[in-house]
Each structure stands twice: as C-alpha cells, then as structure tokens.
Write a protein that binds this ligand. Sequence first.
Ligand code: M6R
Length: 612
Amino acid sequence: MCGIVGYIGKRNATPIIIEGIKRLEYRGYDSAGIAIINKDKKISVFKEKGKIIELERALPKPSETAGNIGIAHTRWATHGEPNQANAHPHTSSNNRITLVHNGIIENYKNLKSKLEKSGYTFSSETDSEIFANLIDFFLDKTNSLTEAVRESMKLVEGTYGIAVLSNDSPDQIVAFRKGSPLILGIGDDEFFVCSDVSAIIIHTKKVIYLQDNEIVTIKNNTFEITNVHNENIKAKVSIVDWDVSSIDKGDFPHFMLKEIFEQPTTVKNAFRGRIVEKLSTVRLGGLNMTGEELRKVQKIQIIACGTSWHAALIGKNIIEHLARIPVEVEYASEYRYKNPIIPIETLVFVISQSGETADSLAALREAQARGARVLGITNTIGSTIARESDGGVYIHAGTEIGVASTKAFTSQVTILSLLAVLLGRMKNISPVYGMEFIKELHRIPDKIQRILDKNDEIEKIAETIKDSHNALYLGRGVNFPVALEGALKLKEISYLHAEGYPAAEMKHGPIALIDENMPVISIALKDVIYEKIISNLQEVKARNGRLITIATEGDNVVKSFSENVIYIPETVPILQPLLSVIPMQLLAYHVANLRGLDVDQPRNLAKSVTVE
Ligand code: M6R
C-alpha cells in the first residue's frame, strides 16, 4: 500500500527520496509525489497520477528541485480516485504545512466540518488533507511544529504514519505514527524516515522502529523522540540484518519468479536451527511458552488473510494430524467483528507475511482483549504484529517483493509443520514417527528444486491455457487449500477468473461449468484419497474438461485421461502441499507473463494491506 520516504541531511534530497519510493513500488500504488524544501527555504510540491516515471517526467530541471530536506509518497487510493489532486503530499490551505500520510482517518468528516468553520478549505477528496489543516490550526496556538502535531494526534481517530514539513520551520522533518509503520533511519550526518526499510537500506542499516503514538523531530543533525503525552522516549536502535541483494531481481525477469526459485533455500531457512534431532522434536523459543504451558493447549485458532489464510488451512490439517488438537481457521476480517468464542486453554496464532495487515492486527488485538495468548507467525522483523503478539516465530523467508505471495507461503507451512511436531511430540506421536517426519522435512528443499527444474515444461502448459477465461482448481484433503492457493495466484496476477474446490464438491454445482473450454488443474497424488480423486477427474474428462494434473512421479494412470501431467516427487501426505503448490505458482506466473501483464505489481493490489 502507500509508501513514505523522507530525507534530511547534507545531500540533495530529491534523487534519494525518488529512488526510495521506487524501492517501494512493489507495495502497489496509483500516484506519487514529493515535497522539497528548496534553497529559498520554501516547500515545493510535485505530484502525478500513475507510476513514478510520470512524476520524474513532470519534474522541473534539477536546480529547481534541489534541497536537503524532502518527503515523498506513493499512494494507493482509499478516499478519492487516483488523480493528481488526491495524490500526496497534501498542503494546508494557507500553505504552511505539507505532509504525506499512510493509513485512514476515521473521524475525518467531523474534523473537516470543524476546520471549515475555522476558515480552512480543501482541494482534494482525501482524508489526509485534514491532518495538514489540523496541524496548521494548532501551529497558531503552539508555535512549534512538534507541539502542533502532538495536539492534532489527540483529536484524530484512525491509523497513520506521517512525515510533515513546515514553511515556518524549514530546517526539520517531524514524523509520527499510530497503527501504520514508520521507521527512522540513522546515517552519517543524515536521517531518513520511511514506512518500509527497503526504501533506505542502501543508505543505512541503523534504524529505529517508531511505536504507536510516538513522534520523531529531526533537526540540527540530531533527533528527539517523544510521545503524544510529551514524554521523552529512549528508543532502541536496531540493525537491519538483511542485505540489499535481497531486494534486487538478480538475473530473473521478475521478483515473483526469483522468489519462487528461492524456495529450496527459504524452506530450509525456516527449519534451520529449530530441529532437536536427539529428541525427535523442534524448538521454537520465540513462542515464549514452557513445555507445561504447551501441553495444556486444548484448542488452536489461526487467524490470517489471503495466502496466509491458505497456509493456515494446511497448518490445521498438519496439526490435527500430528498433535490431535482441534484447530479453527478464521479470516481476520471476519474474526475481528464476530464476537469470537475463545475457550480457555486456546492458543491463538496470527499469520501474516508483512506483519502489518490491518485486519490481522485488529483480530490479534481483539483476541488479546479477551485475554487470549496470541502468537505471531510473520516474515517481517519489527513489524506491528511481531511486536504486539505475546510471542511467535519468524519465517525467515527474506523480503518478499512480488505482490503474489510465494516463498512466504511455503515458509509459513514449514513453520506450521514444526509447530505440529512440537505439539505432536508432547501429545500424540512417538520419537520414531517424529524423526521420520523431520527426516522427510529435510528432503523437501531438494524435491522443490526438482519441480523447479520443470519450469520450461510448465511454461509450455501455461501457453495452452493463457487465453482461457476461467479455470477450476481441484484438490482434496490437505491439497484442497493448495487448490484455493493456485486459484488465488492465477486470479491476482493474470486476471483470469479461477475457483478452487474440494474435488468431490464439484458434482454439487461447479460441474455445470465444465466443457471443452474449461481448464481444470487438479492435484491427484498417491495417498489414501487417490482413488477417490481419480474418480472425480474422470467425471471432468467425461464432460470434455481440459485436465492438467499434478501427479506423483511414476503414476501412469493419470496420463491416460489428462491433457497434461506435471509430475512431482513423492513425500508424506501431510507435507505434499510444500511440493504441490510449486507447479501452481509457476503456472500462474507463466500465464500472467505470457499475457503480457505486470506480474510483480498486478492492478488494484497492494503488497501489504494496511487498510480495513
Ligand atoms: O502480509 P499478509 O500475509 O498478512 O497478507 C495477507 C494477504 O493480503 C496476502 O496473502 C495476499 O492475499 C497476497 N496478495 C496473496 O498472494
């Protein structure tokens, strides 16, 4: 979603902040803008609808955008369509305050009418402009930009990460947050603010993750952090432990393809150092739970959105199988408003790649408000979900840039299987069974690589379906969520309608859709349900459906009725999703690419959904 980058130092701010927002393009946006304090100590604003390249084309000659202080923004429209007027930065009506805002102001209508009564006017449809006028309003009363921000924060309901400049104090940036990420980067005689460290990582790895209700004032080559109650905050400086290479495409044409190919490594990274071979179990220290507490768990709820929700469904299968603990999986957006029942001895997990998804965060808070212990499974160190949960596990997949989540999914499933072993060994499974499972987990990265080696073959299959209008994805048992995930991947990047179904449910309705134009992508692997799914696929074939089947190596039966077969290595049934999802990811990637679409930044989507 929206992105913020700010710079204050000795260098020319414009190229630094433009480069910074380019690094945030992957998050999804529809307009971009910058504000620079120029040599005359006045704020100049430039903004355009569309991609950052449009903004760059619209900029005047470099001498007119030169200055050592600036803020920039990429906007993903919420209030008001994507156009130049609604793009950020926004400026107060009497031209003193200019700001960029991520998040949503909930009481903006009320504040707007109050400000209008005080003579302020508005030139956009955004909620963000309210903040500019509000800070301006308080500037008259406080004579300090930081104090004006503090007073404004007391009145605004909603979420925000904001960086603000003032014509009255052109030597500073003030940035502040509530519910939307904001980071201070500390360089040598220079400072950065951003909503995502990837924007500034090439300049510094020293950062402070601001907490809710905190304000940082940066001026005179130093900074001060206070909070909304005017208390001084001694913040912890963190060192970002990943490298800039992880946000480069390398030799791959798209981030998504690079991330798909990283999975042998990222899955390994998810279990590395967490397996206790001697005891046939795993160690997840970040859960902050004793063995005694874990043994008492009677029920698990897993809350997530999108692809993370699909990983949760697979986790349910694995945990119920290994640990015999009932697991409920909930959409975060439903959970937060449904008056959830959380019986005692229930452990709640929130899964989120970004750690910033607004619905997941709200669900986490709701479960905590009811006294539940909530643990996070996230990829993003220092993210809000990581910080607010009572413990958790990092998936260590490295930055995921492609909007379509791939490597995070397999890493989430890997973590959930570790959790299943941990709980299973306490409740249900023998050391021998535990060790067999762990050994098979160790073999998964090589098996993923063997599927990746079929990339060219899968591209050819994609060619055969790229002009379809619909696709049906079928799976059963633990592979049903993989069918959902396959359909989601195709939908979001190729804009083809696709649905995932449990294969046997097809005859209760969707079978009516099947004809010679309908590709049906099915998972039919050798396990206890194999014969049943073969019957389901025969029903598709009998109606001339075009079957693309993901099958176990050596299975010659499926060949006889499938248009195409993608063979994958055998594994234990509950780990199959870690393999069966790989052809789904590659197929979706190639269909979108062959259709000439923007694979990494599909239309209307954002990488991290920080609004409700
Ligand atoms: O960061 P999160 O895991 O919380 O994100 C959840 C969904 O927004 C995300 O998985 C989304 O569905 C992806 N675009 C799927 O590829």
